[in-house]
Design a protein around this ligand. Structure first.
Ligand SMILES: NC(=O)c1ccc[n+]([C@@H]2O[C@H](COP(=O)([O-])OP(=O)(O)OC[C@H]3O[C@@H](n4cnc5c(N)ncnc54)[C@H](OP(=O)(O)O)[C@@H]3O)[C@@H](O)[C@H]2O)c1
Length: 303
């Protein structure tokens, strides 16, 4: 059983690759660069899918919150192309494959749902038409569409903010919190749809393994929290207090208003179908996740 992972070299991709290998799968990554354990996007374009792949997962995407990149039209185009074009290329390769894989699984984001302090969203909620980011998720998901006649199982995981010690947001905030300078971001009242990296990798691997899983799954933890509740739990797990708020203007200045919304606004997202399909979370609540994320030795792979 071979799983092909687009973007398998990244933060989530590496966790997913290890988990699948522990479960007996062979993993091949698709990258922009030539690697001993992988193929490139150009290889897929020229030669199609490797013959023996049983599942294709796409989690490629230019990092939206890359502070070194200005939020302008050219970067937005890069963000979009890295998601939409990679999904389209894989959908085409799958539809042209002599032996198509059993499943095609993609990641997307909870930006699909309109930010709100009062509304709750499940996988059945409407969205995808609100602002640039939510329209991007619609195009991103649609790009993975396969012809109706194909018997390939499709799953889309709409991920929240992924928390892990070796990548993403925790890498940026660990030391300020460790030194006691942590606090809420913006008003702190915005929902913070979070998930531990072991669980986002877990949900993707569960989708690979279980033939009964299909459609949209929300990739968030069952315990919803606001940004202030998260900051307080993360600081508390380090025996600190979250006393120093980061004001909205800092995020607006660093990221630009449109991109800063990812942090300053949020959605209350419920993983209704994810739970119904039988996935068991390793970190369902903030306390257990923050205990793991705050471990100083965990940063060096020691638990
Ligand atoms: N981390 C989060 O909190 C979060 C939340 C919601 C959704 N997501 C989505 O999950 C996916 C993976 O996130 P991550 O945190 O693992 O990101 P990451 O660590 O930045 O990894 C992204 C991967 O995408 C590939 N990539 C980057 N730019 C690309 C481009 N221009 N064209 C083609 N491939 C490109 C990279 O592979 P190579 O360099 O090897 O080509 C890299 O392995 C992204 O699509 C992201 O939007 C992440």
């Amino acid at each position: 059983m071979r799983v092909l992972i687009g973007g398998g070299t990244g933060f989530i991709g590496q966790h997913l690759g290890h988990l699948l290998q522990e479960n007996g799968y062979r993993v091949t990554v698709i990258s922009r660069v030539i690697r001993p354990d992988g193929v490139t996007w150009n290889d897929i374009q020229r030669h199609g899918l490797p013959k023996d792949c049983t599942s294709v997962v796409n989690i490629a995407g230019e990092n939206i919150l890359n502070v070194s990149k200005r939020w302008n039209d050219s970067f937005k185009e890069q963000v979009k192309k890295s998601r939409v074009e990679t999904n389209k290329l894989l959908a085409k390769a799958i539809s042209e494959a002599e032996n198509p894989p059993e499943s095609f699984i993609n990641i997307s984001g909870v930006a699909y749902y309109k930010p709100s302090e009062t509304d709750e969203y499940t996988e059945e909620s409407t969205g995808g038409d609100y602002d640039w980011l939510s329209k991007l998720t619609t195009e991103w998901e649609a790009a993975a569409t396969l012809p109706d006649s194909m018997n390939v199982r499709r799953v889309t995981v709409r991920s929240g903010v992924v928390l892990g010690q070796d990548g993403g947001m925790i890498q940026q905030i660990y030391f300020p919190f460790f030194l006691g300078f942590g606090g809420r971001m913006g008003t702190g009242k915005q929902w913070f749809p979070w998930i531990h990296v072991d669980d986002i990798a877990g949900i993707l691997a569960y989708a690979v393994k279980n033939k009964s899983v299909s459609g949209i799954l929300n990739g968030v933890a069952p315990e919803a929290a606001t940004n202030a509740q998260f900051a307080s739990a993360f600081a508390g797990a380090m025996w600190r207090r979250a006393l120093i708020p980061m004001p909205s203007f800092v995020f607006n200045t660093v990221f630009g208003n449109e991109r800063a919304k990812i942090i300053l606004e949020g959605q209350k997202v419920i993983p209704k179908r994810t739970l119904e399909c039988g996935y068991k979370y390793k970190y369902p609540d903030l306390q257990s996740a923050c205990r793991d994320l705050s471990s100083f030795f965990g940063r060096f792979g020691l638990k």
